[in-house]
Design a protein around this ligand. Structure first.
Ligand code: ATP
Length: 445
C-alpha cells in the first residue's frame, strides 16, 4: 500500500485533499492521471450497464437531499455506526475498528453516531431548511421512479443507473481511498416483478463479477460473501458482497442487494392500497404513487435488485492489481502499471528523440493530433528529451504505447512503437500509425 500511495502522489494520480492547510481527514483529490483513470472506470461501468443493454436508463440527480427522503428511507433513524471513546487517549473509534494500542484500554459504552452530513438550504437557517448530503446515490433514483417510467414508457424489468458523489461522516476513515468521507458510487436499481427477484439477483451477481474481471481483477482475488444475520440491512432479503483482497485485507468492493419493495414502498403514497410486502414506515408526505401497472392494469410495487459499487474502491483495486515490480535481464527492476488498456490514463505518448530538434518535435505533435482526433482517450507529447526516462515514466503510469520519433522518421518515414508489457519495439511506416493505434484499441473493453 505504501508503495502504491507514493506512486499515486509522485505521478499525479491521487493527492491528500486540502494538504497545504494541513489536510482534511478522509478526503482525497484525483490528480491529472487519477481523473483519467477514474473517468475510464466510470465510463466502462456506464457502457456495460446502460449502453450495452436495452433495459437500463441513466440519471444524474441532486446531491442535496430533502430530509423526508432520508426519513422514509430509514437513514435518519438507522444510518449509524456504534462509536466508542478510548478513555486513555481520548480518540474515537468505530466499535468494530478499535486499533490494537487501545484494545486493552478502558472504553466508553458504544453510542450510535449518524453518518450523514447535515446542511441548510437557503438564507434562513432553521429546522425547515435542513437538508443532507446524500449518503448513497440510490434514494434519488427511487424518488425519480415515476418521472423515468412516464418519460420512457418502460415496463418491468428495467433499471435506472447513476454515478455520483456520496458522503458519509465515517468515524475512522482509513486505508487510503478505501474508506473516505466523500466518495463516488456506481449504482443500479433494477426493478423486477416480485417473484422474479431471486433469479435477477443471481444474474446481477454474475454480471458484476464478470465486469470486475474485465477491469483486470483476477477471479481468484474476488470472493462472494453471503451477508447474514446482524450484518444484513433491515431492508434486504439477501445481499451478496463482492469481496476483494485489498492491500490491507479482504474487504467489500461492491454489494448486491435484493431490497424487495422496501424502497418504492417506503416512498410511495397510498401505501395501504398497494400490497407492500416489506415493513415500511407509514408515509403521509409523499405526493406520488411509485408503482407500475401490469397487463391486467393492477398496480404493483416492483422489487429492486441493487448492485452498488464504490468508484474509489474500484480505483484502488485496479491500481493494486496493475502495480508490478518487474525484474529485468540485467538485474535491474522496473515498475510497470499493467492497467487494462481501456483504463490507462494516457493511451499513447509520442516521444521526439531530441527535445530541441524542431522537426522531430513538430512531427511528434502532428502524430499526437492525428491520434487524438479519434477521442479514444488522452494522447500526449512527451518531450523530456531522455528516451529512457520517458519509457520509465510511461511504464509507471501504465501507458500502453510509446511512439518514438527519431531521425529515421524524418529520412525514412518510420516510427518505433514500444509495447508497455512486452517492451517489444515495432518499426512501422508513419502512414500506418493511425491504423496501428485503432487496431490496438479496437478490442478495448
Ligand atoms: P462498509 O461496510 O465497508 O462500510 P457499506 O456496506 O456501508 O460498506 P454500502 O452502503 O453497501 O457500503 O455502499 C456500497 C458501496 O459503496 C460499497 O461496496 C463501497 O464500494 C462503497 N463505499 C461505501 N462506503 C464507502 C466509503 N466510506 N468510502 C469509499 N467507498 C465506500
Amino acid at each position: 500500500m505504501d508503495e502504491l500511495v507514493a506512486l499515486c502522489k509522485r505521478r499525479g494520480f491521487i493527492f491528500q485533499s486540502n494538504e497545504i492547510y494541513g489536510g482534511l481527514q478522509g478526503l482525497y483529490d484525483y490528480g491529472p492521471l487519477g481523473v483519467e483513470l477514474k473517468n475510464n472506470l466510470k465510463n466502462s461501468w456506464w457502457k456495460a450497464t446502460v449502453y450495452n443493454r436495452d433495459d437500463v436508463e441513466g440519471l444524474d440527480t441532486s446531491i442535496l437531499t430533502h430530509p423526508d427522503v432520508l426519513k422514509y428511507s430509514g437513514h435518519q433513524e438507522t444510518f449509524t455506526d456504534p462509536l466508542v471513546d478510548c478513555k486513555s487517549c481520548g480518540l474515537r473509534f468505530r466499535q468494530d475498528q478499535i486499533p490494537d494500542q487501545c484494545k486493552g484500554e478502558e472504553l466508553t459504552d458504544p453510542r450510535e453516531f449518524n453518518l450523514m452530513f447535515e446542511t441548510n438550504v437557503g438564507p434562513v437557517i432553521n429546522e425547515s431548511s435542513t437538508a443532507y448530503l446524500r449518503p448513497e446515490t440510490a434514494q434519488q433514483i427511487y424518488i425519480n421512479f415515476k418521472n423515468v417510467v412516464d418519460s420512457t414508457s418502460r415496463s418491468l424489468p428495467f433499471g435506472i443507473a447513476q454515478i455520483g458523489k456520496s458522503f458519509r461522516n465515517e468515524i475512522t476513515p482509513r486505508n487510503f481511498i478505501f474508506r473516505v468521507r466523500e466518495f463516488e458510487q456506481m449504482e443500479l436499481e433494477f426493478f423486477v416483478l416480485p417473484g422474479d427477484d431471486d433469479e435477477w439477483h443471481k444474474k446481477w451477481v454474475d454480471n458484476r463479477v464478470e465486469w470486475w474481471i474485465k477491469q483486470g481483477i483476477p477471479k481468484e482475488k474476488l470472493q462472494l460473501l453471503n451477508v447474514t444475520g446482524e450484518d444484513l440491512a433491515h431492508y434486504s432479503k439477501a445481499t451478496i458482497d463482492i469481496m476483494y483482497q485489498f492491500p490491507h485485507g479482504l474487504e467489500e468492493l461492491e454489494g448486491i442487494a435484493n431490497r424487495t419493495d422496501f424502497d418504492l414502498g417506503s416512498h410511495t403514497k397510498n401505501q395501504k392500497d398497494l400490497n407492500i410486502s416489506a415493513s415500511v414506515m407509514k408515509n403521509s408526505d409523499s405526493n406520488t404513487r411509485l408503482a407500475i401497472q401490469n397487463e391486467k392494469n393492477e398496480w404493483i410495487v416492483p422489487y429492486v435488485i441493487e448492485p452498488s459499487a464504490g468508484v474509489d474502491r474500484g480505483v484502488l483495486a485496479v491500481l493494486n492489481e496493475a502495480f508490478t515490480l518487474e525484474r529485468l535481464d540485467d538485474s535491474k527492476h522496473r515498475v510497470v502499471l499493467k492497467l487494462e488498456k481501456h483504463l490507462s490514463p494516457i493511451k499513447a505518448a509520442t516521444i521526439p528523440l531530441k527535445r530541441n530538434n524542431d522537426n522531430l518535435v513538430q512531427l511528434a505533435h502532428k502524430i499526437k493530433s492525428s491520434l487524438q482526433k479519434y477521442q479514444i482517450g488522452r494522447v500526449v507529447v512527451e518531450n523530456t528529451g531522455n528516451i529512457g526516462k520517458s519509457y520509465r515514466k510511461h511504464d509507471e503510469i501504465g501507458t500502453p504505447l510509446c511512439i518514438t520519433i527519431d531521425f529515421d522518421s524524418l529520412d525514412k518515414n518510420t516510427v518505433t512503437i514500444r509495447d508497455r508489457d512486452s517492451m517489444n519495439q515495432d518499426i512501422i511506416p508513419l502512414d500506418n500509425v493511425e491504423k496501428y493505434f485503432l487496431d490496438y484499441y479496437s478490442d478495448a473493453k
